[in-house]
Design a protein around this ligand. Structure first.
Ligand code: CAA
Length: 258
């Protein structure tokens, strides 16, 4: 399917999905996020893809939900259409590993979409924030909740209540971002991480993601119980035999992703 507002590239088992509304700083309108949802749905079904990169451009990952699209909404229209749930939240429902590669602005919905990814690798120019309070509203695609869990109450309150922007270094120190790299190295670094993930056994990476996500929402005891069951379940795969035999035979594993 041809896309207008995103670009989709594939290299080996890695797909890169680039938000592409540069004139609007990649503001997340319904059309663009509909394309993201459609692309993710295809990529989830595609056995040739093991990891996805979600990115923008050097100036903006995304400067938020599209304010011009929302300004005319009233409560009933935004409630009945449940704007954001179907398309924007396709990122949180995606079951394979997905990395956000962030340069420039990741504000409002942009920060929220980045946080839906499994982890964020940022360039030194990245700027994160939840400035919705400046518009007379609050974050509405999970920003308060994911930020709280990522950086703790003090910083989440500070960022959401003041609407201030946090730079890449503060984002890394507060745990929002996994790594910060120079802007020119961003895509190479993320592609290298994605290729490594995509080369691992796909059932194992998908289950690993599910186990960590579950752990974020449950007790330690339940999380460990689920991890143990999922660990045991991987002994049904050919890849478990291949991975362990390859270690013993001192060779690289050739995973078949089954
Ligand atoms: N929605 C719609 N259009 C946007 C936008 C957004 N979130 N962010 C930027 N744009 C548009 C601007 O309107 C402008 O368009 P025109 O050229 O047609 O005027 C274009 O992108 C370039 O923007 P600026 O001229 O403002 O660029 P700048 O470099 O001077 O400033 C910025 C950059 C500080 C990021 C500024 O654009 C800005 O503050 N953007 C809005 C950030 C924001 O409030 N995000 C939260 C949105 S609400 C949300 O996301 C709700 C939710 O949680 C569900």
């Amino acid at each position: 399917m041809p896309y207008e507002l995103i670009e989709l590239d594939r290299e080996g088992r890695v797909a890169t999905l680039r938000l592409n509304r540069p004139k609007a700083l990649n503001a997340l309108n319904a059309e663009m996020m509909g394309e993201v949802a459609a692309a993710l749905s295809d990529l989830e079904r595609d056995d040739g893809i093991g990891c996805v990169i979600l990115t923008g451009n050097e100036k903006a990952f995304a400067a938020g939900a599209d304010i011009k699209e929302m300004v005319g909404d009233d409560y009933l229209s935004i409630y009945k259409t449940d704007r954001f749930e179907q398309n924007h939240c396709s990122v949180e429902r995606f079951r394979k590993p997905i990395i956000a590669a962030v340069s420039g602005y990741a504000l409002g919905g942009g920060c929220e979409i980045a946080m839906m990814c499994d982890f964020i690798i940022a360039s030194n120019t990245a700027k994160f924030g939840q400035p919705e309070i400046n518009l007379g509203v609050i974050p509405g695609i999970g920003g308060t909740q994911r930020l709280l869990r990522a950086v703790g109450k003090a910083k989440a309150m500070d960022l959401c209540l003041t609407g201030r922007i946090m730079d890449a270094s503060e984002a890394e120190h507060s745990g929002l971002v996994a790594r910060v790299v120079p802007v020119d190295d961003l895509m190479d670094t993320v592609r290298e991480a994605a290729a490594k993930i995509a080369g691992h056994s796909q059932p194992a990476t998908m289950i690993l993601k599910e186990v960590i996500e579950t752990g974020a929402e449950t007790s330690l005891r339940e999380g460990i119980r689920f991890e143990r069951r999922m660990f045991q379940s991987l002994f049904t795969t050919e890849d478990q035999k291949e991975g362990m035999n390859a270690f013993i035979e001192k060779r690289k594993p050739h995973f078949k992703h089954r």
